[in-house]
Ligand binder design. Sequence first.
Ligand code: BGC
Length: 342
Amino acid sequence: MKKFLALLLTGVMVLSLAACGGKKEEAPAETPAETPVEAPAEGGGTIGVCIYKFDDAFMTTYRNALQEILEGKGYTVTVVDGNNDQAKQNEQINTFITQGVDALIINPVMTSAAATIIDTVKSANIPTVLINREPTADEMAAYDKLVYVGADASQSGTMQGELILDTANKGDINGDGKVSYIMIQGDPENIDAQLRTEYSVKALTDAGVEVEQLNLTRGDWDREKGQTICANDLAQFGDQIEVVFCNNDDMAIGALQSIQSAGRKVNEDIYLVGVDALDAALNEVQAGNMTGTVLNDAKGQASQAVECMEGLLAGDTYAAGEQSVYVDYVKVTPDNVAEFMK
Ligand code: BGC
């Protein structure tokens, strides 16, 4: 485990050297065009962290990691809950600005609000790291003291498809020549939901496997919704369902409850995959109740976000088109699950 962590950290560090290095600020010109960012006081600065909602399993791990790393480095940190309400989060950002924070780390409520958020932090000249919900490169290009830290969602989708391709019958449990699946989607406004939905299935079709989508329903990343959607689909489609794709683990855990209530057995008569590698999902993968999941490295992303933030505070700037920093996803199967468990 220690070795794995060390490898993981090395991986993150290598990536950060390559990816988190915005341009160092050049010697100030005689008349600086912009007010330089004020360096934080000795022994740390004040950091505002905005989370889209606290009641999200993955973002809970993420925000706890952020808080621990920042406090460990001597920063004064305030983490606020946006309650899934963009208007509320906008107010929180404005309050942080009025309070004079040195930097912001923001997990937007709505990706579509990114342009407004970027405009606000730019006007206040606050170095900002956006996390988890990726805006477009064009939107980010408006402000060079801004970076996005996340993961390439298409990679996690592809890995979910590969988990199915790696099964003995490549997902075709009933041998009818096609893989019949249901898709339980996150919030479709979010690019992670869009790309995981697309790329999980694309991995199958790229491998020449025929697919049939029985249903696609938005579950908003939520466990209870995952359970209800899966129960309804099992009632409607029964044994036709061979694969349950969930855009995240929380929905997969919900789906598993319905699969078990319906008397179905994962890896025997149905496959189930998620994303995140939440502790609960790791337990289910180990127990054979989930086919697999994909590590969405909350801790790695949190340390990358802090590193990028410190770079910005030291004067780094980012060129347009180079403002996204990705931490790799990792496929989790019964074979390697133990490495990810505490
Ligand atoms: C995670 C989800 C989470 C979402 C929040 C995704 O990357 O996989 O579990 O709910 O981010 O935006």
